[in-house]
Write a protein that binds this ligand. Structure first.
Ligand code: AMP
Length: 476
């Protein structure tokens, strides 16, 4: 199951947590539109409200009023084809001998089945086939023997894959980032307390200030009275495996992830795209909204080429991706985007998008622009070709569906009908992210993964144990 979601956790001392959590989930809505949920704790008991739908539809004022307490966590879940299923809405909550537990997860485990089988053999009963429930059960079991931090550490030793978690155990909220830092998580200061969340834009929404990213393998525990936080480095790795696709496509442009502003990275990727494969045309045009910052950077570097918003977007059409059939996906592109004829008629156009997955969008748009009178259409993509599936939580497509899985760039150009096509190099992506390529997960563009995935090749030594020495704690 691929889950690409948004998480938040908050501890506010004297203020109630429900409304700030609700606003934070609004800020994270782009990370998941299938379901939304909040779990709070008032010092005596846990409260929750979780349902299918958009944040604005899931909660009304009465729901928020009933979510008592100054600590809580929240979640928005990404829709994946064929899994519109109320069982998987989050946060996942359980009550058990050692108290109450709520869990919000962004990411995807790769050893869900083996951990679930072990727990099932010990008598745990599961209500879903999701990986979040498996983490919750493992944690609940470990909590019978000790405190939350030790329990998370033990669970981290068993689960493999990507996870940014916010967890509430009684009135304590913690945030945990997987050992490779694959999915984002950051820490911020807000009025009356602290917040942990997938993206810093949610901290801005709460009028707060980003403190820093949670480090790979780190757990941050928020004091229940909102007065501070403590960091526990539960495990250390030689290299990280950050997902570059967060910066390329998924995250909001106004978020800072792993110390770089997403918008600036996208502009820089656009500039690099011009440096690597610039082509002289009359106009540079973004595929809205995903290509906009790339096209801005590209046009800036091209110095003097006209930048035109020549494709108008109908903002009421949902993401084309979740359309079940190819025919529906093609229809949706036409519903979603319409050219402004005067910006393209008789002109040579460079069309810029962040990625090509199945090729549906670019094929349709090239045809659309030609129909509108463009004399040439050149396609430039702000990321390398996606040749392999994502196992870490981005709902991409299977290998068979990926247009670049087994084709040359020239054959893709031919398939989408463009006059020319160029992708960005992996080195340009690492440069724009100001990181080493060894600290990125490049599985979808190289076919080699930083994890031990059955049937796939690894790009590093994946045999090192997850847990190192005893955790180091410090208040920073
Ligand atoms: P495709 O039409 O299948 O080639 O998909 C490419 C288009 O989908 C581009 O416009 C991207 O901005 C967008 N896209 C890329 N990855 C995803 C994703 N995981 N979910 C939804 N849309 C995506």
């Amino acid at each position: 199951m691929h889950e690409k979601c948004g998480v938040v956790g908050i501890s506010l001392g004297d203020r109630t947590a429900a409304h700030p959590l609700y606003y934070a989930l609004f800020a994270l809505q782009h990370r998941g539109q299938e379901s939304a949920g909040i779990v709070t704790h008032d010092g005596f008991q846990q409260h929750d409200h979780v349902d299918m739908g958009l944040v604005g539809d899931v909660f009304d004022e009465d729901d928020l009023e009933s979510l008592n307490g100054s600590v809580g966590i929240g979640h928005v879940r990404y829709p994946t084809a064929g899994s519109v299923d109320a069982c998987c809405a989050q946060p996942f909550s359980v009550s058990f001998k050692s108290g109450s537990l709520g869990l919000a997860h962004n990411g995807n485990l790769i050893n869900t089945e083996s951990v679930r089988d072990e727990l099932a053999a010990l008598g745990h009963a599961f209500t879903s086939d999701g990986d979040t429930e498996v983490i919750a059960h493992d944690l609940a079991r470990n909590l019978l023997d000790g405190g939350l931090i030790q329990a998370v550490r033990q669970t981290m030793g068993r689960i493999h894959g990507s996870y940014a978690l916010t967890i509430i155990h009684d009135d304590t909220v913690v945030g945990v980032r997987d050992p490779e830092g694959n999915r984002p998580l950051c820490l911020g200061k807000v009025d009356g307390g602290y917040v942990l969340t997938s993206e810093s834009a949610a901290i801005d929404t709460l009028d707060g200030e980003l403190i820093r990213d949670v480090r790979p393998g780190e757990l941050i525990r928020l004091d229940p009275d909102g007065s501070g936080y403590t960091s526990y480095q539960l495990t250390e790795r030689d290299n990280s495996a950050h997902c570059f696709f967060e910066h390329v496509y998924f995250a909001r442009p106004d978020s800072v992830i792993d110390e770089t502003l997403v918008y600036e990275v996208r502009r820089e990727l656009g500039r690099q795209l011009w440096e690597e494969s610039g082509v002289d045309t009359d106009v540079v045009m973004p595929v809205p909204d995903s290509g906009r910052a790339f096209a801005g950077g590209y046009a800036e570097a091209a110095d003097g080429v006209e930048f035109a918003e020549g494709l108008m977007k109908n903002r009421y059409v949902g993401r084309t991706f979740i359309m079940p059939t190819q025919d529906a996906r093609e229809r949706a592109v036409r519903l979603k985007l319409n050219p402004i004829k005067s910006t393209v008629e008789g002109k040579t156009v460079t069309l810029i998008d962040d990625s090509i997955v199945r090729g549906t969008t670019s094929t349709q748009l090239v045809e659309l622009l030609r129909d509108a009178g463009a004399s040439e259409v050149h396609m430039r993509i702000g990321a390398p070709a996606i040749i392999a599936p994502c196992y870490m939580g981005i709902d991409m497509a299977s290998r068979e569906e990926l247009i670049a899985a087994d084709r040359s760039t020239e054959s893709i150009r031919d398939a989408i009908g463009a006059d020319s096509l160029a992708y960005l190099s992996i080195d340009a992506v690492a440069d724009a992210l100001e990181t080493d390529r060894d600290d990125l997960c490049l599985g979808c563009v190289t076919g080699e993964y930083p994890y031990d995935i059955p049937g796939e090749t690894a790009d590093r030594d994946v045999s090192q144990p997850v847990l190192g020495d005893e955790p180091v704690s410090h208040a920073d």
